[in-house]
Design a protein around this ligand. Structure first.
Ligand code: PMP
Length: 420
């Protein structure tokens, strides 16, 4: 009776729940392969840790920063994005600015709050990060999902996107490299998307690029605005240090967009959280970003090796038909529906199956929660059910575990999928 409808309607995080369960089982002495992680299990670069240590003696590190972040860091982040995307924020007839927030999640939340009126539609491409629809709804917006599947490499088609655009559509949220699919949209897709956007001159794009640095096959991800730089004027680029610096707990994310939108984001941030962490902002000012490849190259290699293990093990176990090539971020979506074990679930009238509807209104039975629970309780494999990411009868696993442990986990998973 005390709670707002908004608070009541926010979905509980199944990821955190399963993670808690996995940790609880491990504490009781069970062997658990925790494949739910959304972060790299490594210590950040020594040079970055040293940059933090160097800033510890300055008063500035402990006091409020300007709401949008220290000016020298904002300038540096803009230059960093310009440099590694080969773009320029000059010459577009408008000024661009960077707003630093408490993580990329906070940046996205602020962006949605700054552009969404109640009833506005925000298009979300499936598979999508769990938090997008919830954040849109928190601000009174309506998330509109465009479907995709393993057969189109988890990449929604332009036709399907076009069909979902209405007079109420305010923005499209694009996440490439993608959580949970572990792919990035192709150059051709980005080129086509740029053309589509030109047919809808009022549409904004939120481009969540938090996994940009974590692609482990060539070619590197590209973005629609690299094919048509006029589109930068209606783009909000989101990045942060959680993934590429292995620093999820330091809570630094940022958004680069036009000054008009950046000012609105700052206004919102000023009345909610104020500036992000001053100490880490100062450390980022002095840190040499040219050092990043030293840290990232071994990480990329590690992800690639684990991605290749999935291919090898699935092939050895007669499961090649459910394999697909991941290229970036650190996830893989397991298609339960094509695995032999699936019949065991779909043929029983299990009460645990949830009837779900796809965005085009089709009804389907989803067993991914039941399957992920069995995988955890009976086989010690913790994964996140895929329905929350918009892909039914699938599960997300994370590629970050150490190679030998990861391989062991994949063999157990493959045996399970074969129905053994
Ligand atoms: N976007 C995506 C797609 C993510 O997966 C995550 C983190 N899991 C974030 C944004 C948020 O990152 P941050 O830790 O910087 O808030």
């Amino acid at each position: 009776m005390y709670l707002s409808k908004r608070a009541i309607n926010i979905k509980e995080s199944i990821t955190l729940k399963l993670n808690e369960k996995a940790v609880g089982l491990a504490e009781k002495g069970n062997t658990i392969y925790n494949l739910t992680a959304g972060q790299l299990p490594f210590r950040p670069m020594d040079d970055f840790v040293k940059s933090i240590e160097k800033e510890l003696n300055f008063l500035k590190s402990y006091q409020y920063a300007p709401v949008a972040g220290f000016a020298d860091l904002r300038k540096k982040l803009k230059a960093y994005v310009e440099n590694n995307r080969s773009i320029s924020f000059n010459g577009h007839g408008v000024d661009f600015d960077c707003v630093i927030s408490n993580g990329a999640k906070h940046s996205i939340y602020n962006i949605i709050g700054s552009i969404t009126d109640p009833g506005d539609e925000i298009i979300v491409l499936a598979p999508y990060w769990i938090s997008y629809p919830e954040m849109v709804m928190c601000w009174g917006g309506i998330p509109v999902v465009v479907e995709s599947n393993k057969h189109n490499n988890f990449t929604p088609t332009m036709d399907d996107i076009r069909k979902k655009i209405t007079s109420k559509t305010k923005a499209i949220l694009v996440n490439s490299p993608n959580n949970p699919a572990g792919i990035h949209y192709s150059n051709q897709w980005m080129n086509d998307f740029a053309k589509l956007l030109n047919d809808f001159p009022n549409l904004l794009v939120i481009s969540d690029e938090i996994y940009y640095e974590l692609s482990y096959f060539d070619p590197k991800p590209t973005y629609f605005y690299q094919y048509d730089s006029k589109l930068l004027k209606r783009t909000m680029i989101v990045e942060g240090i959680s993934k590429s610096f292995a620093a999820t707990g330091l809570r630094i994310g940022f958004c680069i967009t036009t000054k008009e939108i950046a000012d609105a984001i700052s206004k919102l941030q000023a009345q909610t959280t104020s500036s992000a962490n001053s100490l880490i902002q100062r450390a980022l000012v002095s840190f040499d970003f040219a050092k990043m490849p030293e840290f990232l190259n071994p990480v990329r290699n590690h992800l690639k090796i684990n991605a290749q293990s999935i291919r090898r093990i699935f092939s050895e176990m007669g499961l090649s038909h459910i394999w697909y090539q991941t290229t970036s971020a650190f996830y893989y979506l397991v298609d339960f529906s094509s695995a032999p074990v699936f019949k065991r679930y779909s043929s029983s009238s299990s009460s645990a199956s949830a009837s779900a509807s796809t965005s085009n209104g089709d009804e389907c039975n989803d067993y991914c929660i039941q399957i992920c629970s069995d995988l955890l309780e009976k086989h010690g494999i913790a994964m996140v059910p895929g329905a929350d990411f918009g892909i039914h009868n699938s599960g997300r696993l994370s590629l970050v575990l150490e190679e030998e442990i990861f391989t062991r986990a994949m063999k157990i998973l493959a045996n399970f999928l074969r129905g053994e």
